[in-house]
Write a protein that binds this ligand. Structure first.
Ligand code: ATP
Ligand code: MG
Length: 644
């Protein structure tokens, strides 16, 4: 039981928030059933959770409820606000801008939903969406939801191999792709890459039709009988389409995790629970207001794009901002201009974007107004106190709350954060669990040994002791992997894979992935701690710490640093910064100065690769398809070899 005396942090947060936390603790069933009223149901659920973390593991929310997700995001607003902007889209080319009202978005979704039905897609079929950041991406997700098809959004930058693997695994029957996508000065040949992927799939391929969106209008090869023009097909259809009424636990989508730690997992989310979670968290975390222009910069192929580009803001009747291009193309400050031009009020991005902006001259951000901003957020990796402060001071101009948000593909939405206007932010800390989120830290122990729960201040494995509506239901066609991955390390609990530290007043700091914890002569060191220390050196743009086998110490610490000025960095100073702020035992064995770090498509540093490169294990680098730029690996190997 949380009370204010035991958890003084709650004393500093708003009364309403404290009230919600206590209410959710007292009677979770009633609390979550009340939250279900955020949605419109064809048949209201009579109970909230029937989930069980033991035995075979079962995740089930609002089981006897029936609804349609697209109807919740669109149709209900046709009556109340048909002419409100649902989507503001800006292209990277000057003058490219589209605003779609709720009425217009609804019509587009219906036309595509009718098209999909005509092409033989039915409830439960998988549809792969492989598009850049264009309006059709949102339309496609909602069209699938409308007819009960399960969408599988695939990153536009994946190689043919990466796409083929996911098409095979999901057994998608239809693909929606682009002719060509723009990415800064580069053109990405989406359609030809998809063609290669379909060839590579071979006999295991279930894809029957490919709809090609004319993003640039380039001429691309079309296979007769299989490939169709998206624009021509939707033009044949009516702007109205009856919804498929779904059970709350019918899958809404399947999404592959970022693949930071290994083979990506096909996470399956249900309809009712996920949508309640999207609505609840979007409103609570960002203190969302009806006139917000909400810009989550994540690609829609990442869970953040699902929940906070599309479902959260739309189910709450908001206006979403979508920008096609990169932060600094054609010139630094491009995203700040997007904020100013469109009056963006909530800006939700990632630490990697913030670090890149910090690399630029402060004049770039200072020369923009940014007066429309009200709330800032960040997600994806731990944010160093330095980066948090810079974001708060320079982008938020000292007056916007910053919500760091810890969550995962598997959690469906935010779990731990400093909710805007309710929980004071603290640089570098993730914040407090949301109401109804039951965090427990467990002491790591050997197999079969007891893992005591850490009470009060302390550090441990970050677990959730009970289910929440946004929890993933399973891994696609692999429930056993689901059970094994999340429910065996800490039996009876969901184990996130991350470690965390809790302060006496309840604030939680994410220390990084447990697999990344480095054990030097018996000292357990979180990679985030090392990287936070290095971030205080202004000559360093970003860094990554990894452990490699060491004869005497068990593990030795190796650090990769990206200098502000290419090639110029005093590595002895980096070692000293770590020794001074963390401890002499943590001083890295080796500091490699590199131009870039390998990142996933969602901007996360892929430490497993760095570990292998540092340890000289170059034969089996594992799945590279999740990298945003697979070419950087060879460059990295070269740079490291030069410094050995
Ligand atoms: P995979 O599971 O395939 O290895 P992934 O874990 O990177 O990939 P995601 O679900 O996109 O895939 O990322 C969730 C992870 O990202 C979290 O488990 C955590 O390690 C990290 N993370 C996300 N947000 C934060 C945050 N605010 N602070 C610290 N870490 C974060
Ligand atoms: Mg993960």
């Amino acid at each position: 039981m949380v009370d204010e005396a035991a958890n003084p942090a709650l004393g500093a947060v708003s009364d309403q928030y404290v009230q919600n936390v206590l209410e959710a603790e007292r009677d979770p069933e009633a609390f979550w059933l009340a939250q279900a009223r955020r949605l419109v149901w064809h048949s209201e659920p009579s109970h909230a959770s029937r989930s069980d973390f033991t035995g075979d593991v079962r995740i089930a929310w609002y089981e006897d409820g029936r609804l349609n997700v697209a109807e919740n995001c669109l149709d209900r607003y046709l009556l109340t606000q048909p002419d409100k902007a649902a989507v503001i889209w800006e292209g990277q080319e000057d003058g490219h801008r589209t605003v779609l009202t709720y009425r217009e978005l609804h019509a587009r979704v219906c036309r595509l939903a009718n098209t999909l039905r005509r092409l033989g897609v039915s409830k439960g079929d998988r549809v792969a969406i492989h598009l850049p950041m264009v309006v059709e991406g949102v339309v496609a997700m909602l069209a699938c939801a409308r007819i009960g098809a399960i969408h599988v959004v695939l990153f536009g930058g994946f190689s043919a191999e990466g796409l083929a693997e996911r098409l095979r695994d999901s057994q998608a029957v239809l693909v929606i792709t682009a002719d060509v996508a723009r990415r800064g000065a580069k053109l990405i040949p989406s359609k030809t890459t998809m063609d290669e992927a379909l060839d590579a799939c071979g006999p295991e391929c279930a894809v029957r039709k490919v709809l090609v969106v004319a993003v640039t209008g380039a001429k691309v090869p079309m296979q007769a009988g299989r490939d169709l023009s998206y624009e021509a097909e939707v033009a044949l259809e009516m702007p109205d389409c009856p919804v498929e009424v779904m059970d709350a636990c019918d899958p809404l989508f399947l999404l592959y995790t970022s693949g930071s730690t290994g083979r990506p997992k096909g996470v399956v989310h249900g309809s009712g629970g996920y949508l309640v979670w999207a609505s609840f968290t979007h409103q609570t975390v960002f203190n969302s207001q009806p006139d917000d222009i909400f810009w989550c910069t994540a690609d829609t192929s990442w869970i953040t794009g699902h929940t906070y580009v599309v479902y959260g803001p739309l189910v709450n009747g908001g206006t979403i901002m979508i920008y096609e291009g990169l932060p600094s193309w054609p010139a630094p400050g491009r995203w700040w201009d997007v904020i100013d031009r469109n009056g963006v009020t909530v800006f939700y991005t990632s630490p990697t974007v913030i670090r890149a902006a910090m690399r630029e001259d402060d004049h770039v951000v200072e020369s923009r107004s940014l007066a429309s901003l009200r709330v800032l957020g960040t997600v994806g990796e731990p944010i160093s106190p330095e980066a948090w402060q810079w974001f708060h001071d320079k982008v938020g101009r000292n007056c916007c709350p910053v919500a760091d948000t810890w969550w995962q593909t598997e959690t469906g939405g935010v779990m731990i954060t400093a909710s805007a206007g309710k929980v004071p932010g603290r640089p570098g800390a993730a914040g407090l669990p949301l109401p109804g989120v039951q965090v427990e830290l467990l002491t790591p122990a050997g197999a079969g040994q007891e893992q005591p729960v850490v009470e009060g201040a302390g550090e441990g494995l970050l677990c959730l002791s009970s289910s929440w509506p946004g929890q993933a239901m399973t891994l696609w066609q692999d429930h056993e992997r689901f059970r094994q991955t999340y429910f065996t390390t800490c039996p009876g609990r969901y184990f996130s894979g991350d470690g965390a530290r809790r302060e006496a007043d309840g604030y939680i700091w994410i220390t990084g992935r447990v697999d990344d914890v480095v054990n030097v002569s018996g000292h357990r060191i979180g990679t985030a701690e090392i990287e936070d220390a290095i971030a205080t050196d202004h000559e360093v743009v970003e860094s990554a710490a990894v452990g490699i086998p060491h004869d005497l110490k068990g593990q030795g610490l190796v650090v990769y640093v990206v200098p502000r000025e290419e090639g110029v960095l005093d590595t002895a100073r980096v070692r000293k910064v770590v020794a001074d702020s963390v401890g002499r035992y943590a001083a890295p064995e080796k500091v490699y100065v590199v131009r870039d770090l390998p990142k996933t498509r969602s901007g996360k540093i892929v430490r497993r690769l760095l570990r292998k490169i540092a340890a000289g294990e170059l034969e089996n680098l594992g799945d590279l398809s999740t990298l945003s730029d697979p070419d950087c690996v060879q460059a990295l190997i070269r740079q490291v070899a030069e410094q050995q």
